[in-house]
Design a binder for this molecule. Structure first.
Ligand code: FE
Length: 130
């Protein structure tokens, strides 16, 4: 399983910044990633293992500088986990397959789900819809 890749193998597979975010739970600076202002139709996949995670249909402009989604592709595509780091109580979002850190989910979403998945662009790859 991908999550069982060794530290060295992840380091080889990912860029330095991808490693910092995906494997070390880092955060990219707001408004710097490639997807916060990206509006093509398609599927956002895990940059670590390629698992489809979010559809462009569920993406919205949150104004935060990070790509934001109402929901994940399905229940198994992401895992959610309590996170009390940095003096905050948040819910971390991880890739359901490789366990890579994606971002956090908040309960102030503007649409029917009430969720706002706030995701680092660098944790994602994009596959345009043909
Ligand atoms: Fe993954």
């Amino acid at each position: 399983m991908e999550s069982e890749l060794s530290k060295d193998k992840w380091k080889k597979k990912l860029t330095k910044e991808q490693y910092r975010v995906l494997r070390k739970k880092g955060t990219e600076p707001a408004f710097t990633g490639k997807f916060w202002n990206h509006h093509e139709k398609g599927v956002y996949k895990c940059a670590g293992c390629g698992t489809p995670l979010f559809s462009s249909e569920e993406k919205f402009d949150s104004g935060t500088g990070w790509p934001s989604f109402d929901r994940s592709m399905d229940d198994a595509s992401v895992k959610e986990k309590p996170d009390t780091s940095h003096g905050m109580i948040r819910t971390e979002v991880l890739c359901g397959k490789c366990g890579g850190h994606l971002g956090h989910v908040f309960d102030d979403g503007p649409k029917s789900t009430g969720c706002r998945y706030c995701i680092n662009s660098i944790s994602l790859d994009f596959e345009p819809k043909m």
